[in-house]
Write a protein that binds this ligand. Structure first.
Ligand code: GTP
Ligand code: IMP
Ligand code: MG
Length: 335
């Protein structure tokens, strides 16, 4: 694999956290480094019977040998970072770059107090937009100025590129999703920076020639939280009837839902330069997939669905999620 970028192909919440944690264990990853915006992200990871909700740390913590780093492009809320280090018991292997920008209470107040941001756009209220604005204005505080973060300060680009040079497996973990990108998404109903694969690599300080694989994660249906157009949006009643109900990891809001969108998928593959697809929640759309261990044992309707994605999008579906737990994955890379 050596260096793989993982990104969301729709509007976030595709299940990147679960895919990353699976790969971290399966591919014995040396380092997982997070790119993306900041603690507006929320990944649910079901590991050893416990559900972890991570907003700042990389999701690959399930492998005790994996270094967990936060790239300089990411915004850090020190309280959230330190809490997650404690909750996961990963202190000795966590680090963040001294150049990460710091979210302060004023950013959270601005985000929540703004009728435009929290009202019209429907932001997560975590302060990420106002913090990125201060960063662009060159007035933001950096991680190197925060006393409590000192023990974790790490030159993230140096460590990650060092592992790449040694030929070790490296994961660069994206957050949000392609259509929440400030550049490529449904502006103004987007997040505060680009979140496609090129930016995730840049957030961590890895150049494009050092990326070997890009995995775009799609869920077997589309969800969206906050405002903005969602093609084929189902009524709340229909969402319940289909069993597609989800609540947001960060905000607890109900996620809006729609059927899988081939046009969005094709464009997401293009924008991210994806070489592989991970398809999560196949067990929700095709309940008889639950518990299936081999792709060959998939029911015909689920096989037809996977084949239609590969035909339309022209990239192989290599990983299939069959349940929320880290190990509930069918890995077609290994047959
Ligand atoms: P963001 O970075 O915030 O966009 O989140 P994310 O992509 O990590 O996804 P998130 O964890 O917010 O939401 C995905 C949800 O689907 C979580 O509750 C996961 O536990 C769950 N999940 C992931 N893969 C599968 C799967 O294959 N089957 C089932 N049933 N649940 C899954
Ligand atoms: P912000 O990133 O908090 O400024 O929110 C901007 C938009 O992006 C809102 O519609 C949010 O709901 C959405 N958003 C931001 N982060 C995530 C995420 O991790 N998953 C899903 N939606 C997100
Ligand atoms: Mg999420």
């Amino acid at each position: 694999m050596p260096c793989m970028v993982i990104v969301g192909g729709f509007y976030g919440d595709e299940g990147k956290g679960k895919v990353v944690s699976y790969l971290g264990v399966k591919d014995n990853v040396a380092v997982a480094a997070r790119g993306g915006v900041g603690p507006n992200a929320g990944h649910s990871i079901v590991w050893n019977g416990r559900t972890y909700r991570l907003r700042m740390l990389p999701s690959a913590f399930a492998n005790p040998d994996t270094r967990l780093l936060v790239g300089p492009g990411v915004l850090v809320n020190p309280e959230v970072f330190l809490r997650e280090v404690k909750e996961t018991g990963t202190g000795g292997r966590c680090g963040l770059d001294p150049l990460c920008a710091i979210i302060e209470q004023k950013h959270i107040d601005q985000d929540r107090g703004s009728a435009h941001l929290s009202g019209e756009i429907g932001t997560t209220g975590t302060g990420t937009g106002p913090c990125n604005a201060d960063r662009v204005n060159r007035s933001v505080k950096l991680a190197r100025e925060v006393e409590e973060l000192r023990p974790y300060l790490t030159d993230v680009p140096l460590v990650v590129n060092g592992f790449i040079d040694e030929g070790r497996n490296v994961l660069l973990e994206g957050t949000q999703g392609t259509y929440l990108s400030l550049f490529h998404g449904t502006y103004p109903y987007v997040t505060s920076k680009d979140v496609t694969a090129s930016s995730i690599a840049a957030d961590v300080g890895v150049g494009p020639t050092n990326v070997d694989e890009v995995v775009v994660v799609f869920k077997a249906f589309v969800t969206r939280v906050g405002a903005g157009f969602l093609k084929g949006e189902l009524s709340p009643e229909e969402t319940v009837k289909r069993g597609w109900v989800e609540t947001g990891t960060v905000t607890g809001r109900l996620r809006r839902a729609a059927p899988f969108d081939f046009d969005l998928a094709r464009r997401a593959v293009m924008l991210n330069g994806a070489t592989q697809i991970a398809l999560t929640k196949t067990d929700i759309v095709f309940p008889s997939v639950k518990g299936v261990k081999k792709y060959a044992d998939f029911p015909r309707d689920a096989l037809d669905f996977v084949e239609s994605i590969e035909r339309e999008v022209k990239v192989p579906v290599t990983l299939l999620g069959t349940g929320p737990a880290v190990e509930e994955v069918i890995d077609r890379r290994i047959g």
